[in-house]
Design a protein around this ligand. Structure first.
Ligand code: ZN
Length: 479
């Protein structure tokens, strides 16, 4: 809309006191226009002085920080404490507009900024950039419901401090490096008396008709597998979160291991963490079966339902939420997750947002898609080192003979999905001989031109996740 002579984003127009701030389109660029009367005070935007107390400011990190200070709805908040929260890793920094429209409608709180250090490295991004992108989008669209920012799968104190110092509202502590995978009953040390006294010959009634008890062997191996991870989490908590100087919630992640977390092990880890004084809001066990990237659940559904029930009872007993990682496209288990957790959960997705972006490429530029796909096939053996997937490349149709209109349907096939899913970093970083990006710039240009289609695709696809989890739509739009 035309506003004071600018091509303004209508929902971005904000007035507080003597301040007027909004976003406008200038050619290919989006800028902040800010005006104030009276005595200048801090903070204020850095940009070109347009006279009349008016400034045109670019979307820089400094200006994002100013925006967060002036308009708190553009800063992350602790959404993990709500019954339903949902993480949407937007690796590309372009999915957030679709996500905003989706979470305006659903009765769940979004974590729009969610990246791991690995994802930062593969996308050449920083936590600053990930958060600033969301701040600007939320301001542009007038999304005032509140969103979270997740320093996802952090493994070192340095990374935890980095995310916290920027105002991230949750830390997902990845304990996997401290979980032992090679434990057998034979190679475990004798059980310390303290643990024997605490756990053996006891029945732990966790409510809802379920009680748990440990055999000596089970207790010994559980302690050997998780003991160090519990210490690691307790140390991190004491160092950064205990005194409350950072306003952030803690998620404990023990999901990145080879063996599933049994309900008994889950109970032990939670109990030990709580007894060590660690306050956490969510815990992510590794569930039975396989949660492979970007495709539906693989495994025994009946067994999953049985175990998720006990995991959920344990979480209720200790008063935290279950967190479900690698939640992209796990459609066959969403109904039981929603039901057994009684609608109290955190679910994380990431890769599926990237796959929807690539589906848009297949729909709108078949030649570019074929180029990327062909490169992905050549890069697969490199990428697969970092993932556990069961992709069968021989089952993917040959894109050189596939008709243009059949390309988007590749994204309905598991093998093609995983091919494109796990090669995202290599695709984005692939360079030509002259040092320019082989695909990245062309892809971003395409996505910019198809922002509305991408948003619509995400609303449909992530919306399907929320529907199956049993998340209801709110009455009208929540702003
Ligand atoms: Zn995880």
């Amino acid at each position: 809309m035309n506003y004071l002579g600018f091509d303004a984003y209508e929902k971005s127009i904000n007035k507080i006191g003597s301040y007027l701030v909004f976003m406008a389109k200038e050619g290919d660029e989006t800028v902040i226009i800010a005006q104030r009367e009276g005595t200048p005070g801090e903070p204020w935007f850095i940009g070109k002085d347009l006279g009349d107390g008016k400034v045109r400011a670019s979307l820089t990190h400094e200006n994002a920080e100013t925006l967060r200070k002036l308009f708190p709805f553009t800063a992350p908040v602790r959404v993990l404490r709500h019954d339903r929260s949902f993480g949407v890793g937007d690796r590309l920094g372009i999915a957030v507009f679709g996500h905003i429209r989706l979470f305006e409608e659903y009765d769940a709180y979004p974590v729009f900024a969610q990246q791991s250090i690995r994802e930062l490295n593969l996308t050449n991004r920083t936590f600053e950039d990930v958060l600033d992108t969301v701040t600007f989008a939320v301001f542009r669209e007038g999304f005032k419901k509140g969103f979270g920012a997740d320093g996802d799968h952090l493994k070192t104190f340095k990374d935890v401090e980095y995310a916290l110092s920027l105002g991230f509202s949750m830390i997902t502590l990845d304990c996997s490096d401290h979980i032992k995978n090679d434990v057998t009953e034979k190679n475990t040390p004798p059980l310390p008396k303290h643990y024997a006294d605490k756990y053996l010959d006891k029945k732990f009634d966790i409510g809802e008709g379920i009680s748990l008890s440990f055999s000596e062997g089970e207790l010994k191996t559980t302690l050997a597998i998780y003991g160090e991870a519990i210490n690691f989490a307790a140390n991190m908590y004491t160092r950064f979160l205990k005194d409350g100087r950072y306003k952030a919630d803690l998620e404990i992640s023990i999901d990145e291991t080879l063996a599933p977390t049994t309900p008994l092990q889950h109970f032990f880890v939670a109990r030990e963490l709580i007894d060590a004084g660690v306050s956490f809001v969510t815990l992510a066990p590794r569930f039975c079966g396989e949660f492979q990237k970007g495709i539906d659940y693989i495994g025994d559904l009946a067994r999953f339902e049985e175990e998720i029930n006990i995991h959920a009872v344990i979480a209720r007993h200790f008063n935290y939420k279950l967190s479900i990682h690698s939640g992209s496209d796990k459609f066959s288990v969403f109904p039981s997750i929603g039901r057994e957790t009684r609608g109290v959960f955190h679910v994380k997705t990431a890769g599926t947002n990237w796959l929807e972006a690539m589906r848009i490429v297949a729909m709108t530029d078949p030649d570019l898609y074929r180029e990327v796909h062909t490169y992905a096939l050549s890069a697969f053996s490199e990428a697969v080192k970092y993932y556990h997937v069961t992709t069968d490349l021989s089952k993917i149709p040959d894109v050189s003979t596939l008709k243009d209109e059949d390309l988007p349907a590749l994204f309905d096939q598991n093998n093609a999905r995983q091919l494109i899913h796990i090669t995202y970093g290599l695709i984005l970083n692939k360079k030509n001989a002259d040092g320019s990006f082989a695909f990245k710039d062309r892809l971003y240009k395409l996505w910019k031109n198809h922002e509305a289609e991408y948003a619509a695709a995400l609303i449909k696809h992530i919306g399907k996740h929320l529907d199956l989890l049993g998340v209801r739509k709110s009455q009208g739009i929540v702003r």
